[in-house]
Design a protein around this ligand. Structure first.
Ligand code: CUA
Length: 159
């Protein structure tokens, strides 16, 4: 089989581009831990306030799990409950969140923690809070007229 010179260049370029893209995706997935949201658990969106653990939003210490705390967050237009969260520095926290009404976002600015909260689904993410300071939780899914005011605060403090 005879390949024209330009065909060879194009094939080389195509294969190299494929390898580079796969490397980027692979490094993001396996080294940096990026992954699609895990919505495995469901909840009746009309009964969020009565359903465990969303009946008691906030930070709870837990024993015998791979993480030290669970942070339960309920989003609703246009706020997060709780709105002010204090986390001891170094704590490994499982964030468990859902929404009572429409789709909201849950992004901790300046980190790679970014979840979509969908009615009827429970989103979760395990993160370690190593950096002291104040972090802003913002809603990054347009959810209505108050969307731009929808935020909460995390304070990472010394134990
Ligand atoms: Cu909630 Cu935008």
């Amino acid at each position: 089989m005879h390949l024209h010179r330009y065909e060879k260049w194009w094939l080389t370029f195509g294969i190299a581009a494929l390898i580079i893209f796969l490397l980027i995706v692979g490094i993001q997935a396996f080294h940096q831990g990026h992954k699609p949201p895990s919505a495995k658990a469901i909840v009746n969106p009309e009964r969020v306030s009565e359903t465990e653990p969303f009946n008691k939003p906030g930070l709870k210490k837990v024993e015998g799990k791979d993480w030290d705390y669970e942070l339960v967050v309920v989003a609703a237009a246009f706020s997060f409950n709780p709105g002010n969260i204090e986390i001891p520095k170094g704590a490994k926290v499982k964030i468990i969140a859902t929404t009572k009404d429409v789709v909201h976002g849950f992004e901790i600015a300046g980190t790679n923690i970014n979840m979509m909260l969908e009615p009827g689904y429970v989103s979760d993410y395990v993160a370690t809070f190593d950096k002291k300071g104040e972090f802003l939780i913002i809603c990054n899914e347009y959810c209505g007229t108050g969307h731009h005011m929808m935020s909460a605060r995390i304070k990472v403090v010394d134990k």
